[in-house]
Design a protein around this ligand. Structure first.
Ligand code: NDP
Length: 327
């Protein structure tokens, strides 16, 4: 690698990432109190950015077109996470800036968690545990719950993670169908080109599409009504994909039976109205949050950056941005 390039870190990241960034780059923090001064003074020299909302619980700033406009020497943005809605990738592409994400290394972990969330939601595992801890068991058994045994499963998004979820759920012996814009070759499940049609035909709807404008509020009041009063919504994608107000209403009014949510519209803030409901299972965006998987993701962030500044192509560029070799 050439002399240490200037890198902008948009928020807190894992210690193993920060240690390696400091080793290879001159790091400037966008979450420092003097960030504006840093941008004004160092902005023109910044050649790399490391970002990722949620890498340690929030606090990172989005890499917007306006921010990139202040970084005229920016070559690469390395995002922690396979979802890169924290970066305006289209704008980066127009500006000739490469964006990388962390695909593949988290698929199994997120799929495992999703299966746990499906069972927790339908069999009410957290509610049952709360019941026991509250000392209610001696006064009577926990009420009977819904079951997966009579349910059909719908998956919205049949990409890397959607497939890993489906493979696991096959073991439960229930019918599986999915929605995505294009059918996926080689998967044995029924494809629905129409999301409403899928919602109407299944009892459990698992959402695992990317965030961003194209999927914003794609799970809306109409989809929830189609899912129906015995239906469960599981969202492990992004909070933006679900119209949260419509979901709260649907849960309050019994339009759907239950929901399991790992992601929210305004993280880390979760609406009181959701917390007050007993027919939801709420997780603080932990689908990939294990030591093993987060370390693999962190290493991929660093490896993309060091590859680039060693004159090699980035390892995992996103489709919107050009893959080229650095100057
Ligand atoms: P992939 O890119 O492999 O798959 C995305 C899938 O979504 C494809 O099947 C794609 O099919 C479908 N899709 C994309 N846009 C739309 C649309 N507008 N309408 C319908 N379907 C759509 O992504 P991954 O499986 O690797 O990851 C999916 C997302 O999961 C990530 O972007 C991230 O936001 C989220 N995630 C959440 C985590 C968490 O902690 N809760 C952890 C990891 C990921 P097609 O293009 O044919 O429509």
């Amino acid at each position: 690698m050439s002399a240490r390039p200037d890198l902008l870190q948009t928020g807190p990241m894992m210690a193993m990432i920060e240690a390696q960034l400091n080793e290879h780059f001159t790091v400037h923090r966008l979450d420092a109190p003097d960030a504006e001064a840093v941008l004004a003074e160092i902005g023109p020299h910044i050649r790399a950015a490391a970002t990722g909302v949620g890498s340690t619980g929030g606090g990172a700033r989005r890499v917007t077109d306006a921010l990139m406009a202040r970084l005229p020497a920016l070559e690469i943005v390395a995002n922690f996470g396979v979802g890169y809605d924290s970066v305006d990738a289209e704008a980066a592409g127009r500006r000739g800036i490469v964006v990388t994400n962390t695909p593949g290394v988290l698929d199994d972990e997120v799929a495992d968690l999703t299966v746990g969330l499906v069972l927790s939601t339908i069999r009410q595992l957290p509610q049952a545990e709360r019941y026991l801890r509250a000392g209610k068991w001696p006064s009577g058994a926990f009420p009977l719950t819904a079951t997966l045994r009579d349910r059909t499963i719908g998956i919205v998004g049949m990409g890397r993670i959607g497939k890993a979820i489906a493979q696991r759920l096959e073991g439960f012996g229930r019918p599986i169908a999915y929605h995505s814009r294009r059918p996926v070759e080689g998967v044995p499940y029924r494809h629905y080109p129409d999301l409403l049609g899928l919602a109407r035909d299944v009892d459990v709807l698992i959402v695992i599409v990317p965030g961003g404008p194209e999927t914003n509020h794609m799970i809306n009041a109409e989809v929830l009504a189609a899912l129906g009063p015995t239906g469960s919504l599981i969202n492990v994608a992004r909070g933006s994909v679900v119209d949260e107000e419509a979901l709260i209403k649907a849960l309050q009014q019994g339009t759907i039976a239950s929901a399991g949510l790992d992601v929210f519209a305004n993280e880390p803030h979760v609406p009181e109205a959701l917390i007050a409901l007993d027919n939801v299972v709420l997780l603080p965006h932990v689908a990939s949050a294990t030591h093993l998987t987060r370390n693999a993701m962190g290493q991929l962030v660093v490896d993309n950056l060091t590859a680039w500044f060693s004159g090699r192509p980035p390892l995992t560029p996103v489709p919107e941005t050009p893959v080229k070799t650095p100057a």
